[in-house]
Design a protein around this ligand. Sequence first.
Ligand SMILES: Nc1ncnc2c1ncn2[C@@H]1O[C@H](COP(=O)(O)OP(=O)(O)OP(=O)(O)O)[C@@H](O)[C@H]1O
Ligand SMILES: [Mg+2]
Length: 257
Amino acid sequence: MSSDFRKFLRKEEQRKFERLEKDAETYKIMERVFDTSTLLVLYRMMNRGTIDLFQGVVSTGKEAHVYRALDPEGRYVAVKIYRVATSDFKNMYRYLACDPRFKGVHKERRHVVHAWTSREFKNLQRAYEAGVSVPRALDHEKNVLVMEFIGEGGVPYPRMKDIPPENPKKVFENLVENISLLYKEANLVHSDLSEYNVLLTPDPVLIDFSLAIDTASPMTEEFLIRDLRNLTNYFRRLGVKVPNVGELLEEVKGERA
Ligand SMILES: Nc1ncnc2c1ncn2[C@@H]1O[C@H](COP(=O)(O)OP(=O)(O)OP(=O)(O)O)[C@@H](O)[C@H]1O
Ligand SMILES: [Mg+2]
């Protein structure tokens, strides 16, 4: 990279990031997440109008951090950035190797994390097109995924884990419908579904599709049962009379007319 270009970039970054929250926590996280390659991706996304102003951190996870940004129309978008240097890419690789869409993926840290990001984008897209309640996927490049922001005023709606639904029976039924739609129309199983990955608007929105697998995969049934078990356990604790997992499985797969 020429020093002129580097200088130009630094100036661009400064201009675009100048309203970024300046607390020490954000900066500590930034140092770990925003390597030059990630900054370049964000810069390109700014140039192509996916994002305009990058704001603060929304959530810090084991593999990824989620940020909020504004698009050129002033709407919030969620920016999920996978960490390249410190993510468990070997585990990611194991999952990807079972996915026919990523058969030839290179077993190198950077490639694996990029494929992982692209997989979550594609899963979200497929789910959205099938009419499942998920954030709309807007853009992705390398380790950065941009999607519709599920929240208000830049604050995400609460996870079902944080604030239980006011009408749990209705939310449970809504979730079963969404899981069924995901299975039958999008040919996907979420595989990491629990009260941690559902936001309540108060209608449920499913998030975190990095582990979602194609229904052609040999592990489908096992993962679907696990998702359903997590949900039934959660709603049973709230006093909802839920069917057993076997019955639900048939309902979701549509084997009962
Ligand atoms: N589209 C979105 N809109 C608003 N907030 C979001 C969105 N996606 C994620 N978030 C916020 O970020 C948090 C973490 O997101 P997510 O569950 O996708 O990542 P994670 O569990 O940290 O990552 P992973 O399990 O993939 O390593 C969510 O609980 C939610 O608060
Ligand atoms: Mg999650």
